[in-house]
Design a protein around this ligand. Structure first.
Ligand code: PMT
Length: 409
């Protein structure tokens, strides 16, 4: 759970209650974990805490109104709603709960809550008599049913002198509830994965190169599937026309030698290494410094062998990651794949038959046959996103089993 909130984008909404001063400490805890924080203050809340204080603590300008042209210019309300990985409203007054539950969008905060797809957490705070009212309880129960997480409130002495339920949860309790939720959603937090993807380009002269049909879709889908479950992902990518998935660190390379260099550095610092790239086995021995001119009916290029990245990772003797290779075959898929599993010293190989139209290179779909030393599995034809999710589950299960066995021995 360490650093689970690192780089997470948390939108903190503050409504008008005396407990608002405690939210400053909550924001401080978020910032300590390097979460990015943006604060939205309702009109009433600004009577309890100053925007200047919140700006200093959060490190960002505070948003207060739907109709502030300056704030809308910096980050419009819809943008803000999309920006957030989570929204936390603390304190949440009875008035806010009612408006939110009814689906009103009559201020910036309620509008954001309607416009976001991020999970919403609410820490109610109010007088115990108000909290006990049936109507308040109905709003809370309806919000819970809609998937909103209600944190607290606690019981005890209140600012008004009453004693009972309605005190806002302590900042550390709100922080823990939020971190727990991310932990549940991100079972791979703490796992580090390096993935190669796409083709390599091996220059012939300043205007030509040798390459292949890899689009990078398969490798990028795997990177995205790992990152979505909270893994730390490094994507070593050849030249492709794809957007880097969120929360993935991309290292762009062109040639096999560049990919080898970045891969060998990444391999010893990541727990899992996946070679999905279609690496050119050969490169031109001598790259012509000028464009080769047309002359004669034949042209002979001398090619020399490129390093085998996945085999070099598989054969590491120190800090060797759990190593997953791919096999792109056009015939005798199982035998060739099993041969690569052994020869390249891999833990798992994912074989695809690239002779079948509509799968493998460039297509949006693929099917895989997985082989490891003690078993095999088939992942039938589906889109690369779904296939990647299934593959991630297999890789994680095998990785955990290997790790547990290593720890026992
Ligand atoms: O990118 P897409 O269009 O989505 O297509 C996906 C894919 C077909 C490229 C992908 O699913 C795939 O099969 N990737 C591996 C392609 C390949 O080069 O396979 P191979 O059988 O030639 O190589 C076997 C393994 O050795 C692979 O893990 C490859 O990355 C690795 N290799 C190969 C040569 C080399 N010099 N270094 C390597 O590391």
């Amino acid at each position: 759970m360490d650093n689970i909130l690192q780089q997470k984008r948390i939108l903190v909404g503050i409504t008008g209650g005396i407990a608002a001063y405690k939210t400053i400490e909550f924001i401080r805890l978020l910032r300590k974990q390097n979460a990015e924080v943006r604060v939205v203050l309702t009109e009433a809340a600004s009577h309890f805490v100053s925007p200047l204080t919140l700006q200093a603590i959060s490190g960002n300008a505070v948003s207060q109104s739907l109709f502030d042209p300056q704030a809308e210019l910096a980050m419009g309300h819809i943008e803000l709603a999309k920006w957030a990985d989570a929204i936390v409203i603390a304190p949440a007054t009875a008035d806010f709960l009612a408006r939110f539950n009814l689906g009103l969008a009559n201020d910036l905060l309620t509008t954001l809550c309607l416009a976001t797809s991020a999970p919403i957490f609410i820490a109610p705070a109010m007088n115990q008599q108000m909290y006990a009212q049936t109507v308040v309880q109905q709003h809370l129960s309806s919000l819970r049913q809609r998937g909103i997480t209600i944190i607290g409130p606690n019981s005890g002495e209140q600012a008004c002198g009453d004693v009972g339920a309605g005190r806002m949860s302590e900042p550390v309790e709100i922080f823990t509830a939020l971190a727990d939720a991310f932990c549940r959603e991100q079972p791979l937090a703490g796992i580090t994965v390096a993935i190669t993807a796409g083709p390599t380009q091996e220059p012939i002269d300043p205007v030509r190169y040798i390459s292949n049909y890899s689009s990078g879709k398969m490798g990028y889908a795997i990177a995205e599937a790992f990152a979505q479950q909270g893994a730390t992902v490094t994507l070593i990518s050849g030249p492709v026309n794809l957007t880097t998935p969120p929360n993935v660190k991309k290292i762009a390379v062109t040639t096999a030698q560049q990919m080898w260099q970045q891969s060998m550095t990444a391999a010893v610092t990541h727990q899992i290494f996946i070679g999905c790239a279609a690496v050119a086995d050969y490169r031109v021995a001598e790259i012509a410094p000028q464009k080769i001119k047309k002359s004669g009916d034949e042209l002979t290029l001398k090619l020399v062998k490129n390093p085998d990245i996945i085999a070099d990772v598989g054969h590491l003797t120190e800090h060797r990651p759990f190593t997953v290779g791919f096999a792109a075959e056009t015939q005798d898929v199982e035998n060739y794949a099993k041969d690569k599993l052994v020869r390249k010293q891999l833990d798992l190989i994912c074989a695809n038959d690239v002779s079948i139209a509509g799968q493998g290179f460039s297509s949006d779909q693929n099917a895989l046959q997985l082989f490891w030393h003690k078993g095999s599995a088939t992942l039938p034809l589906t889109n690369k996103r779904q296939l990647a999710e299934q593959l991630v589950n297999h890789i994680i299960n095998l990785y955990q089993t290997t790790k547990n066995n290593d720890e026992k021995n």
